[in-house]
Design a protein around this ligand. Structure first.
Ligand code: HPA
Length: 267
């Protein structure tokens, strides 16, 4: 059975507890090694990847995003549901609520952003008009409706370099630029998924208001606490989305880069 679906668990989502018969695999790629757990959910094989490694040991700026996405591509994954703990810049998007983001702003500084660094691998200028798969976002919002979850369809995810949180002045600037949410991981993950021809969407969980909007200083513990409180909703959303996914894809995520370009990722 091919593993066509993967969940990338971000901060606070470390445990693939909806899966059974779990086995661990290390996948080696031209960009390095990555670890996944593969299990079953209702007759489907699902891969689960911890973005921050075991025990949240890898900070956002050091995640090997290329190995992670190339590894999933090698497994045969066609769809990725990513989770992300985020701060909110938009007062309408409150702690405890979900946002299925539809755009990003990139404020990262030193991350490999592409699989295609020239030479043998060629050069690719990938289209990111709809960076997060429209169809997948649609499915997630239908499931969220059925579950009566508090969610927002669409939002601009600003990726900062981290690992520190932002200053209040930065949050003010990002608000003026049109950002709704702030986190440290969506770029380059979303871009690499597009380069690999994999449908990708992110369930953002708002854990706090951004610095300066929040009345208190920010702590990682606060972020984990809110993630923990909403873990059950996130689990239900993941389960519902897995079941609602169909193999037929109308979106163009998989054709954004010509298929022969993907061969190198499988090497
Ligand atoms: N900023 C950046 N990343 C985050 C935040 C934040 O306020 N909250 C959770 N992840």
């Amino acid at each position: 059975m091919a593993v066509e679906l993967a969940i990338i668990g971000g901060t606070g989502v470390y445990d693939p507890n909806i899966l059974s018969n779990i086995r661990e695999e290390t996948i080696s790629t031209v960009f390095g090694e990555t670890a996944v757990k593969i299990g079953e959910y209702q007759g489907r094989e699902v891969a689960f990847m911890n973005r921050h490694g075991a025990g949240h040991s890898v900070p956002p700026h050091l995640v090997n995003y290329r190995a992670n996405i190339a590894g999933l591509k090698k497994l045969g994954v066609k769809t990725i549901i990513a989770t992300a703990a985020v701060g909110s810049i938009n007062k309408e998007m409150k702690p405890g609520e979900f946002v299925f983001c539809d755009q990003f702003l990139d404020f990262t500084k030193r991350r490999a952003q592409t699989f295609f660094d020239g030479g043998e691998n060629g050069v690719v200028h990938v289209d990111v008009t709809d960076p997060y798969c429209k169809d997948l976002r649609q499915i997630m919002s239908k499931v969220a409706d059925q579950l009566e979850l508090n969610y927002h369809q669409g939002g601009v995810y600003v990726t900062t370099e981290g690992p520190r949180y932002e200053s209040p002045a930065e949050i003010k600037m990002l608000e003026k630029l049109g950002g709704d949410l702030v986190g440290m991981t969506s770029v380059p993950e979303v871009v690499l998924a597009r380069e690999a021809g994999i449908c990708y969407a992110t369930v953002c969980m708002v854990t706090n208001f951004g610095a300066g909007i929040s009345e208190t200083n920010l702590t990682h513990e606060e972020v984990l606490e809110v993630m923990d409180k909403n873990a059950e909703n996130l689990r239900k959303l993941a389960m519902g989305t897995i079941l609602a996914l169909t193999p037929a894809r109308q979106c163009w995520c998989h054709t954004a880069v010509e298929a022969p370009m993907h061969e190198m990722l499988k090497g």
